[in-house]
Design a protein around this ligand. Structure first.
Ligand code: FAD
Ligand code: FES
Length: 277
């Protein structure tokens, strides 16, 4: 889905409906478009969020596609724009351009077993796709979700994790990196979850991998060892961005613009991009 020409360069406005701390560094925002129209995004797309007088930052849309004018973001407080977003309260106005990027190609997922591998804040864009797939559950085979964090305090969307864990058509496995007094579940980096599942039909399995840069290399090795095809490993890459629309070159890797050709790439595509992973 491509943004309308007038939303490529000119911000639209949205009103903050809800702004809530999720962790020490992440804040959840629910927004409503002032135009009354739906955002019209695909899972995996992002918006260029702007706070007037401060600047813009690319932020993934975390909610699934829908008809209504609301959408959800989760923002980690790391710098100028994100800290300004953290200060917004219900009723505040926010600018945004987009949605931008290719998003996840939904067609190759049809009828396939899905393995979501989400590291930390990587759950944010993936949640849009997970919720879309669960709303259309009959279109997919087995659904397995790995969610790994450094510590229990970094876990996101706790009520939804409980809901997914309670479903008999979803296999949710969580882990944290190191033992913690508040955690009685699995401990170890996210790749230590692979021996706990049986990928029965690797040729019919699509892995969706989103997390910190260090995670990709090791998770991809596990996916390939399990027999999942390179074309069926999808991942979302992060690069510093300015324009979001393929004009400034900030996000360029070789001949690809991550804002335009990505942020979602298959491993078959990304392995040819120097320093992509
Ligand atoms: C497609 C995409 C989706 C994203 N989705 C989310 C999301 O859902 N939630 C979320 O919290 N974040 C997301 N991000 C990351 C977010 O856009 C960045 O963290 C952004 O830099 C925050 O802006 P800021 O002004 O708050 O921080 P900045 O002031 O930009 O600082 C952030 C950090 O980046 C460094 N930095 C800034 N510019 C450069 C540069 N040009 N080169 C090297 N280092 C630099 C700074 O030194 C600092 O350490 C996404 C990024 C992309 C590309
Ligand atoms: S952010 Fe400008 S070209 Fe991608």
């Amino acid at each position: 889905m491509v943004a309308e020409p007038n939303t490529l360069y000119l911000p639209q406005f949205a009103t903050v409906l809800q702004s809530e701390a999720m962790t020490a560094t992440e804040r959840y925002l629910s927004l409503s478009l002032d135009s009354g129209q739906s955002l019209g995004h695909k899972p995996g797309q992002f918006v260029q969020v702007s706070v007037l007088g401060i600047g813009e930052a690319p932020i993934s849309v975390s909610s699934p596609p829908g008809e209504d004018p609301t959408f959800e973001l989760v923002v980690r407080n790391v710098g100028n724009v994100s800290s300004a977003i953290h200060r917004l309260e219900a009723g505040s106005k926010i600018g945004f351009r987009g949605p931008f990027g290719n998003g996840f190609d939904l067609e190759p997922l049809q009828g396939k077993d899905l393995l979501f591998v989400c590291g930390g804040i990587g759950l944010v864009p993936t949640r849009s796709l997970i919720k879309h797939c669960l709303a259309n559950r009959g279109d997919f085979g087995e659904v397995t979700i790995f969610f790994g964090c450094k510590s229990p305090g970094e876990r996101l969307f706790l009520p939804e994790l409980d809901e997914w864990r309670g479903r008999d058509d979803v296999n949710l496995l969580e882990t944290i990196d190191r033992p913690h007094p508040d955690w009685s579940g699995h401990v170890g980096v996210i790749t230590t979850l692979f021996p706990r599942i049986d990928i029965a039909s690797p040729k019919d399995t699509v892995a969706i991998v989103v997390g910190p840069p260090v995670m990709y290399r090791f998770v991809i090795i596990e996916c390939l060892n399990a027999g999942i095809d390179e074309e069926n490993i999808m991942m979302s890459l992060e690069r510093h961005m300015k324009c979001g629309v393929g004009k400034c070159g900030h996000c360029q890797i070789n001949q690809k613009y991550v804002c335009l050709d990505g942020p979602v790439f298959t491993y078959a595509e990304a392995r040819h991009l120097k320093e992509a992973i």
